[in-house]
Design a binder for this molecule. Structure first.
Ligand SMILES: Cc1ncc(C[n+]2csc(CCOP(=O)(O)OP(=O)(O)O)c2C)c(N)n1
Ligand SMILES: [Mg+2]
Length: 328
């Protein structure tokens, strides 16, 4: 585990770079295969937002908890959860992590500390705060990271949860991935122009920061410093990462022809693509290592996807079994 950014070894940063690539390659493969109509659950891809999730596995222990919303693939992969069971689940096969009952928006991997994602906007926020409270009353030192979008900050439960976490001094990190849109609605149609999301949190007495969500160096440093602060001070913190999604809200394709986002805005963010950004500062040796990793990982993905398609679906007789299975 990485504890200090200054003492971070070259090998550790390369692993974080690999994780970013891993998320992108998995999402691109999902996007490519989706058109074949074999994966029948809705998907909300994280392409463009991966730099926020990529450091998770290396900064957190398995006992630290992550929860998320509908756009959760990156967080699941970033935390080091089981990719095979994830892809099987997207195909709704019985070997998926939820035996084919969950699909893309109810991700879960207890062994790796991923305690669920939920498609109801803002739903994971009180869930994560509840786990933070559980940790507190059981004197556990684990931290809970709650991921959500800018849209979730417009739900009432967001305010209640921040208030509760502040009052009870919970070791919870609220992470808002501000990609400027909630489906097709830009922030300017939803929130007063002068409002800054991270300042709302400050007014509720939860310390907050805003950082670049597309530069892996910034996301790693921000997450690590925040984790250390939360553990040391037993207080919640709110992080607003600025970022942008590169494909449609739900589904595998681009939707720029719909014109809800200006061409100039898309161009600006394309230049800030987290993968391109990462390649702009890594050295030649790391580039070679990453290209070898890319080939190997793509081969692995191809095998997983082929295997997933051949697996069997769950029988209808088990539709109502294991719905609340503790052992799952
Ligand atoms: C309570 C609730 N309201 C509305 C929806 C429909 N919905 C699904 S995703 C979404 C957009 C959320 O935007 P944001 O929180 O910014 O996340 P992003 O999709 O940008 O990652 C909406 C409105 C929902 N799932 N749940
Ligand atoms: Mg959004």
């Amino acid at each position: 585990m990485v504890h200090s950014i200054d003492k971070m070894k070259k090998k550790q940063s390369l692993e974080i770079f690999k994780n970013l690539l891993k998320i992108r390659l998995t999402e691109e493969k999902i996007s490519k295969e989706y058109a074949k109509q074999k994966m029948r659950c809705p998907v909300h891809l994280s392409i463009g937002q991966e730099a926020i999730a990529a450091p998770l596995k290396f900064l957190l222990s398995k006992k630290d908890i992550v929860v998320s919303g509908h756009r959760a693939h990156a967080h699941y992969i970033g935390k080091g959860c089981d990719i095979e069971k994830f892809i099987f689940e997207l195909y709704l096969k019985e070997k998926g992590f939820a035996r084919g009952k969950a699909g893309s928006m109810h991700l879960f991997d207890k062994k790796n500390g991923f305690y669920g994602s939920s498609p109801i906007v803002a739903n994971a926020i009180p869930l994560g705060v509840g786990m933070g409270y559980f940790n507190k009353i059981n004197k556990l030192n684990n931290v809970v990271l709650i991921f959500f979008g800018d849209g979730a900050t417009e739900e009432g439960v967001f305010y209640e949860s921040l208030n509760f976490a502040a009052v009870h001094s919970l070791k919870v990190i609220f992470i808002c991935e501000n990609n400027l849109y909630s489906v097709y609605s830009g922030l300017k149609f939803r929130q007063p122009k002068s409002r800054k999301i991270y300042k709302v949190s400050k007014s509720l007495r939860v310390s907050s920061i805003r950082a670049d969500g597309n530069d892996i160096r910034h996301t790693t440093k921000t997450l690590l410093n925040t984790l250390n602060f939360v553990k040391r001070n037993s207080k919640p913190v709110f992080i607003e990462f600025s970022t942008f999604r590169f494909v449609e809200h739900c589904g595998p394709n681009e939707d720029d022809h719909l014109n809800y986002r200006k061409e100039s805005e898309i161009k600006k963010w394309t230049k800030k693509d987290p993968l391109k950004k990462m390649y702009s500062f890594i050295n030649a040796r790391d580039k070679i290592l990453l290209s070898k990793f890319k080939k190997k990982f793509n081969d692995r993905l191809n095998k997983i996807f082929l295997k997933a398609q051949k697996l069997s679906y769950p029988k209808s007789s088990v539709a109502y079994t294991n719905l609340y299975d503790e052992k799952n």
